[in-house]
Design a protein around this ligand. Structure first.
Ligand SMILES: O=P(O)(O)O[C@@H]1[C@@H](OP(=O)(O)O)[C@H](OP(=O)(O)O)[C@H](O)[C@H](OP(=O)(O)O)[C@H]1OP(=O)(O)O
Ligand SMILES: Nc1ncnc2c1ncn2[C@@H]1O[C@H](COP(=O)(O)OP(=O)(O)O)[C@@H](O)[C@H]1O
Ligand SMILES: [Mg+2]
Ligand SMILES: [Mg+2]
Length: 359
């Protein structure tokens, strides 16, 4: 049986739309699903509609995200993950209720945009143009700056920053004129997931700034006690974890260091700091109501449902926070309980599609 002949997706109504997914847990089912075939149906009183999720992910992402626990839980909840074959038209596959993707390239973006236009009934997670907004480190943080979030729980801002498109020789003067303070964190303007886009540098003196290689975003380095918070967002769900980060730079130290220090993939190397013995003022998580407000606003402003943000607390303050990075479809494998959160999210999307269609 070919999958698309037999599986009736969640959104279809009518006689075939009333067919149900029957809960089962056999290993045999996984292999038939992976091969693109319909799992066998068994008589069972527990019957649900199937949510078919097509995925287009790198092999690294498949390994970290589509772990056996996630797939097993999904299967039990009536969610079927199907690999998308990039060499075949999307319309010939599935049919899908949801498309989950994180691949790069203009061609792929165009395929997804065309598919969204011709298949408005399918939820594409997330829209390519909204993701594209995060591929530039300036536009990435603009929404946070526009939001001006400040309430009794705290203030959320972005570090003072400027964009240097070209001409490294002019950087020292540009930085001085803009009033940016040293040390300066230099990040590639493009954040497209390539190794180069994660190459970070720190310049400790004005003279060395001309050694940097534009196009860049230059940000003031904010002391934050060497710990950052990763806020994972899946639809309306939020989870926060602590990670080790770059150590503080004190004024005395600054006057003794010169030069540019390069960090090839600093965030990737950072270990979890959740179980570390930390100064309580550094370790305290940002207030949940503040993060909820931030996440909700960002979801709307960015038009994204799957992302995380790196947020730091200015050392010595209780409530001054800075968002320094936002990532699309991050490493959810490191988010506690992601299997439950993700499958519930996919189910709720499937259900709201179904309700919309039957009303
Ligand atoms: O590989 P992982 O699991 O560390 O996930 C990476 C993320 O780590 P995090 O979830 O924040 O700890 C990582 O976050 P950072 O930028 O390192 O803060 C990125 O989201 C990265 O994607 P890309 O290279 O920017 O496209 C993510 O890489 P991909 O898994 O999407 O390739
Ligand atoms: N403005 C800043 N002040 C202090 N530390 C920073 C700042 N920006 C980045 N960092 C440190 O550098 C790391 C990588 O920067 P980030 O913007 O998150 O890039 P990436 O997309 O490669 O993760 C952060 O996790 C944090 O440790
Ligand atoms: Mg980061
Ligand atoms: Mg990033």
């Amino acid at each position: 049986m070919r999958l698309h002949d037999e599986i009736v997706p969640f959104h279809r109504s009518g006689i075939r739309g009333d067919e149900e997914y029957v809960e089962g847990d056999e290993e045999e089912e996984i292999s038939s699903i992976e091969a693109g075939f319909l799992p066998p149906h068994h008589p069972c009183p527990l019957q649900r509609k199937l949510v078919v999720v097509g995925y287009a992910l790198t092999s690294k992402k498949i390994k970290s995200f589509l772990q056996p626990k996630l797939e097993g839980l999904a299967r039990n909840k009536g969610i079927l993950f199907l690999a998308i074959d990039q060499n075949r038209p999307l319309s010939d596959q599935g049919p899908f209720d949801i498309v989950l993707h994180k691949l790069t390239g203009k061609e792929w973006r165009q395929i997804l945009e065309d598919y969204r236009r011709t298949h408005p009934e399918v939820t594409v997670l997330d829209p390519p143009d909204a993701i594209q907004h995060l591929h530039n480190r300036q536009s990435m943080l603009q929404c946070v700056a526009d939001m001006n979030l400040s309430n009794s729980y705290g203030k959320v801002d972005i570090p003072r920053q400027l964009v240097i498109k070209k001409d490294a020789a002019s950087i020292p003067d540009t930085v001085t004129n803009a009033g940016l303070m040293l040390p300066i964190v230099a990040k590639p303007l493009v954040a497209d997931g390539s190794a180069k886009s994660h190459e970070l540098s720190i310049a400790y003196d004005q003279h060395s700034l001309k050694k940097l290689e534009p196009p860049l975003v230059l940000q003031e380095f904010v002391n934050h006690g060497g710990v950052l918070f990763k806020v994972y967002i899946v639809g309306e769900a939020i989870k926060v974890v602590r990670r080790f980060s770059l150590p503080d730079v004190c004024k005395r130290e600054l006057s003794n260091i010169a030069g540019v220090f390069r960090f090839p993939r600093v965030s990737c190397a950072a270990a979890s700091a959740d179980d570390a013995d930390l100064d309580p003022g550094v370790a305290e998580l940002p207030p949940q109501p503040l993060l909820e407000r931030l996440a909700k606003e960002l979801r709307h402003r960015l038009g994204l449902r799957l992302f995380n943000l790196d947020i730091i607390r200015e050392h010595g303050t209780r409530d001054q926070f800075y968002v320094i990075d936002i990532n699309y479809f991050p490493g959810y494998g490191k988010m506690p309980e992601y299997e439950h959160i993700f499958t519930d999210f996919l189910l709720s999307l499937g259900q709201s599609q179904y309700k919309k269609r039957s009303s």
